[in-house]
Design a protein around this ligand. Structure first.
Ligand SMILES: C[S@@+](CC[C@H](N)C(=O)[O-])C[C@H]1O[C@@H](n2cnc3c(N)ncnc32)[C@H](O)[C@@H]1O
Length: 274
């Protein structure tokens, strides 16, 4: 997928995620006027939500590996007149471009929690740059039931490589996102808790949710073709194509939901001396 397509996907699917991310932000109780870090910030939508929720004194720094994506993030923040409250910097979660103990909190949405090969490093890095006593949160999309009336098709799609990505077949089960609590504790985070939140879609979906769902269908299962029966693939195409009469979110009685799981805890006082 090109960067432009990826940016478009982030933009179009956000209305689906926004209500549940707002709910999660309320739960996390980040210090209202502190300095926070958003790891793998994408085009800045979650950082803007955070800035809107926190006090005007709060400053949020978004870090992303992609300069092109950050161009869009800066534009978005400008459009929200949040100048000075949201800033963006290029960098990798494996080696965050900050000194120790500079942030009051850090979170990562659909990034650090997912990346199977750099999760430990990302946790260590977030722990390093957050002050002792500060909060860390790993937030990620964890499941969905979106093909109402077609449970076998959905189960088969979910059993494909695309369906259970970003986890990979053969990975150490401990690397699965839902095993993040152990990784946080091992990394010097105390008071670790986990909760799952649900977002949902009722039919007939609005124009913007139709677009979000069409993009989501392509993103989640669009590369599953080689791993399912032709008949399953044809059915999936009809149910997920917004130009088809069978597009599921257009049905009056459609209902689907997805979950976001949040692992959070507090940086131990001794962590940075280890
Ligand atoms: C699925 S997007 C999520 C973006 C944003 N957090 C959101 O929820 O809208 C994942 C983001 O992580 C970024 N990313 C991937 N690897 C990274 C790394 N090693 N360090 C920092 N950012 C990374 C990508 O460029 C992309 O913008």
């Amino acid at each position: 997928m090109s960067t432009a397509d990826y940016i478009e996907k982030l933009r179009v699917t956000f209305p689906l995620r926004e209500p549940v991310l707002r709910e999660i932000i309320q739960l996390l109780h980040f210090p209202p006027a502190g300095r926070g870090l958003d790891v793998g910030c994408g085009i800045g939508q979650p950082a803007v939500l955070l800035a809107e929720h926190l006090d005007p004194g709060a400053v949020i720094t978004g870090v992303d590996i992609s300069d092109d994506i950050l161009v869009r993030a800066r534009d978005l923040a400008k459009g929200h007149t949040l100048a000075g409250r949201v800033e963006f910097r290029q960098g990798s979660m494996d080696r965050l471009p900050f000194d120790e103990n500079v942030f009051d909190w850090a979170w990562s949405v659909d990034c650090a929690g997912y990346s199977p090969h750099s999760r430990n490093k990302a946790t260590q890095e977030m722990t390093r740059v957050v002050k002792p006593g500060g909060r860390i949160a790993m937030v990620a999309w964890s499941s969905q039931q979106f093909l109402a009336g077609h449970p076998r098709l959905e189960a088969r799609l979910n059993a494909t490589t695309a369906g259970f990505a970003p986890f990979h077949h053969g990975d150490d089960p401990k690397r699965h996102f839902l095993q993040t609590a152990g990784r946080l504790r091992d990394g010097g985070i105390r008071d670790v808790t986990v909760r799952t939140f649900a977002g949902d879609v009722s039919g007939p979906a609005s124009h913007e949710i139709r677009k979000a769902m069409a993009a989501f269908f392509r993103m989640r299962w669009g590369s599953a073709r080689a791993e399912v029966l032709d008949s399953d693939w044809r059915l999936f195409c009809r149910l997920s194509d917004p130009d088809s009469d069978e597009f599921l979110p257009d049905r009056q009685d459609y209902y689907g939901f997805f979950t976001y799981t949040v692992f959070t805890g507090i940086v131990n006082d001794y962590t940075n001396d280890n």
